[in-house]
Every structure is written in structure tokens, then in C-alpha cells.
Design a protein around this ligand. Sequence first.
Ligand code: CTP
Ligand code: MG
Length: 231
Amino acid sequence: SGYWVIVPAAGVGRRMGAGRPKQYLPLLGRPLLSVTLRNILTWPGLAGVVVAISADDADFPHLPESRDARVHPVHGGAERADSVLQALNFLAEKVSADTQVLVHDAARPCVAIEDIESLLAAEAACALLARPASDTVKLAQKSGDTPARVEKTLERARIWLAQTPQRAPLAQLHSALREALERGDPVTDEASALEFAGQCPALVAGRGDNLKVTHPEDIPLAEALLRLRFA
Ligand code: CTP
Ligand code: MG
């Protein structure tokens, strides 16, 4: 029993532009992926972690967390959704169909335990951490002009920005993601795959500091947050 966490960590970090995948850049002197895994390994109720890594990843075996018996590496795929699907294929052979699965980006090292507790406590079958938008959101025209032109302004009170973890029962997420990928639906997170399968995942308000390390300026920001969190 207990829930499983899938950590997609097979990206190349193009926007970071560091010359190597961002999950191995140092955060307060430790590899980013190590920080994320160490955080997850302290969550109460955790049964195990499946980490999707790139097939040519030579760094993972050097992380101390890779020697934890609860941590299982699998090879990821071309897109984030392919990496998550590989991890789900592994889990489907290992645990029961109704096992709760949380998917959490390697690139979000600062997620707080209170957020995990709210996500696990949500009554809905499927749920995700998200933040109500504070900026006004503009939908750009499709033309591709530079500068982009506004087509319309979305209703801010209804806009939420999706974070991770995102939670669903194993079999439900597995079939939703597999079918969405087969159809070629644009799946950018687990919730979108579940939406294509007709589900309405619950939006659980998370903290504002669960940032996704994406651009170079996010590194010092994440370090400052970690100092506050784990000091
Ligand atoms: N990811 C993955 N497999 C992929 C692509 C992404 O497992 N084929 C993971 C990344 O390692 C990251 C998470 O999904 O932990 C979120 O993706 P993102 O922040 O976009 O990371 P990258 O794809 O590496 O970055 P970029 O898009 O800038 O190249
Ligand atoms: Mg990406």
C-alpha cells in the first residue's frame, strides 16, 4: 500500500541552455534531481519512486538517492508524456490498478509537504496542484506575427496555472495517457490527458513557490527558496 511518485527527469533543458540537462545542475551544491528526490523520499505514505531518465544519462547512478531501494529508474522518451508513459508501463507490472500515482517534475525541487498533504487529502479521484493566475492572461492570435497580437483576454478569475504533483489512480492515468498519445492529442501534463478522457481533475490551490526551474534566472531563486524551506 501507499502511493507511488513518478518523476520525469529525461529532458534536455533547452531553455536553460546550460550545455547539460538542468536536472544535474547544482542547487546549493547538490544536483537538482538529488534535491527533488530527497524531498520526495521524506513524504509520509510514499511506497516508491519511478524516475524516468534519458537512455544516455550517465549521471543518475552517481546520485546517492539512486541507491535507495524505493527508487526505480526507467528510460524516458522523446516528450515528457512519453517519459511518464514509460514509468506507468513499469508500474502497471508492479502494483495494483487502483494505486494512487503522483507525477512530479524533477524540475520542481521546492515543493512543500503541506502541498502534498492537500493534494492527497483532496476527495476527487484525480487532482492537481495549481495556482490561481495573478497576471491577466492574453490569448495571442494564431498569425505568428512579431510582436504577437492579442486575440482576446481570458476571464482571470477562472484561470489556474497547473503545477505538479498531479494525482490519479494508476489504471485511469495509464489508459488516458496511452490513448491521448495514440490519438496525437496535445498532452502537456497528466490532467490534460485525463481531460481528453472526459475527466475533470480537481484544482488544489498550491503554494506560489513551487517553481519549475526552467530558465537560468530560476536557479538562484530556487536556491533562495530552498534555504528558507530547509534551513
Ligand atoms: N522531461 C522528461 N522527458 C522529456 C522531456 C521532459 O522526463 N522527454 C521532464 C524534464 O526532465 C522535467 C519535466 O519533464 O523534469 C518538465 O519538463 P521541462 O521543464 O520542459 O524540462 P526540459 O524539457 O528538460 O526543458 P526544456 O523544455 O527547456 O528543454
Ligand atoms: Mg520541455
